[in-house]
Design a protein around this ligand. Structure first.
Ligand code: NAD
Length: 460
């Protein structure tokens, strides 16, 4: 199929919006990315990505200098809506006070799109693609708000589509260009076809890439109705979180029975029906998506009076894993009052500076409340963590954080945290030289040989 180039608007220049905008521009589309954060827009116009995401800044600079990617504030929305074939909504949907998804950003954007549509004379329908994670049924709500934004006038020239995003922070560009699948949900055929053409270079893997061999031969295009596409996103995240909580529950039993959860995980993971990924036992899941998405899914179920015992247990097991860290520290240090505890890695996972839902914050908070002196190390998220937790003293070298500590906790398995040297750790720490490996990322035997008291999760 020949590549057709579209005029695209992307609203929201965060991890998802910016990766989408830059990758669509890389495919040959002309993209304008809008955000209501002026500072963010200014920084992007200067070629600086305001958060840490490997490879994204290079792609932004390259596609912007080729004239296919530009940035603007939301005051430019009318012009974008007038000229675009497709407009993506990629704004945040954080957890609301009652646990449900807070759709206020999506709603504000939908109303503005409506107003802009009413002001513009378009001859073809605008496809509005919702990439933000929203509860099943929100597509209709977005359509209603666009209509409302247009002043209640009969605006027939737009179609709302759901296109949930599955990228992982830390590999956002790779995941956008080489996804496992592209899911698009709509209640009519026309916008599905538009998105199939927009994504054709990804579906057929026919865009320029320096990677040889290409990681994918072709990418499945999953066309569904609107509500199913919205549900696919929540179901995927809930399933992955459940897989982690499952192995964590087994890990607890491994500790009691003398089994090693890593052997158990590889033994079950080789079964193709189970699969090896998301079976790492440790302090559990966190981050900008899993906690809020599980919360939103459970809140949606409550709205219907529907019970979700499995999802409830997934969350409860995860909360227990955080407590297990504290218990492992208390088992060796006894009272934590006045003890220096180093948290190694603060972002919610390696290769990102994102601290939303990061286990480190929760653990630091509990340790501080128990009187411990908490210090932290992270190669990129240190300063941001210090702003969120004023009691947390930050170091920019893992050994500086470890020096003089009675205990260290591996919270995020950054490459340099994985690579800490047992002898150096042993020589810098104070008795009892406890390392709680919250990600089972270190070689237990070499730490024990060096004289470190090593405690992993589910390791016999
Ligand atoms: P983010 O917080 O990084 O970015 C959101 C951006 O939207 C920000 O730049 C913000 O300034 C902007 N914004 C908010 N309200 C706006 C408005 N009214 N007009 C214009 N811009 C506005 O969020 P994110 O991590 O990119 O997530 C976006 C959505 O994608 C969420 O629904 C999230 O659940 C989903 N998602 C995120 C990930 C991920 O790994 N981060 C993965 C898959 C799906």
């Amino acid at each position: 199929m020949p590549v057709e180039n579209f005029e695209v608007g992307v609203i929201g220049a965060g991890y998802v919006g910016l990766a989408t905008a830059a990758c669509l521009a890389h495919l040959g589309h002309r993209v304008t990315c809008l955000d209501n954060d002026e500072e963010r827009v200014t920084s992007l116009k200067d070629g600086r990505v305001p958060f840490y995401e490997p490879g994204l800044e290079e792609l932004v600079i390259r596609t912007a200098s080729a004239g296919r990617l530009s940035f603007a504030g939301t005051e430019e929305m009318a012009g974008v809506v007038r000229d675009a074939d497709v407009v993506f909504i990629a704004v945040g949907t954080p957890q609301g006070d009652d646990g449900s998804a807070d759709l206020s950003n999506v709603a504000a954007v939908a109303r503005t799109i409506g107003r802009s549509l009413a002001d513009s004379s378009r001859e073809r329908p605008l496809v509005v693609v919702n990439k933000s994670t929203v509860p099943a049924g929100s597509g209709d709500y977005v359509s209603m708000l666009i209509g409302e934004g247009a002043g209640g006038e009969e605006v027939a020239d737009f179609l709302v589509v759901s296109n949930p995003e599955f990228l992982r922070e830390g590999s956002a560009v790779y995941d956008t260009l080489f996804p496992d699948r592209v899911v698009v949900g709509a209640d009519s055929r026309e916008p599905l076809e538009t998105l199939r053409v927009l994504y054709e270079p990804i579906i057929s893997q026919s865009f320029p890439t320096p990677m040889d061999p290409r990681p994918k031969a072709a990418v499945p295009f999953v066309a569904t109705d609107l509500a199913s596409a919205e549900m696919i996103k929540y179901a995927a995240n809930a399933f992955l979180a459940t897989k982690i909580s499952f192995i964590n529950e087994i890990a607890g039993l491994c500790e009691l029975t003398g089994a090693d959860v890593r052997s158990v995980a590889s033994g079950i993971g080789l079964d193709e029906r189970i699969g090896a990924r998301f079976l790492n036992a440790g302090i559990g899941w966190g981050g900008s998506c899993f906690p809020k998405d599980l919360s939103a899914l459970r809140a949606a179920a409550r709205e219907y009076g529907y019970e979700t015992p499995l999802l409830d247990a997934t969350v409860a097991v995860n909360e227990r894993q955080r407590e297990r860290v504290i218990e492992k520290l208390q088992a060796e240090l006894h009272t934590l009052k006045g003890k220096r505890v180093a948290l190694l890695g603060l972002s919610f996972k390696p290769n990102t500076d994102d601290l939303r839902g990061a286990p480190s914050l929760e653990i630091a908070h509990t340790l501080t409340s128990l009187g411990a002196k908490v210090v932290g190390y992270d190669p990129v998220a240190g300063k941001a963590a210090a702003k969120l937790l004023s009691t947390l003293k930050i170091h920019f070298d893992p050994y500086e954080a470890i020096e003089g500590a009675q205990a260290a906790v591996v919270v995020t398995e950054w490459e340099d945290v994985r690579g800490i040297e047992p002898e150096r750790v042993a020589s810098l720490m104070r008795h009892p030289k406890l390392v709680v490996d919250g990600r089972n990322a270190l070689d237990a035997a070499s730490f024990r040989e060096a004289g470190v008291l090593y405690r992993g999760f589910g390791r016999g």
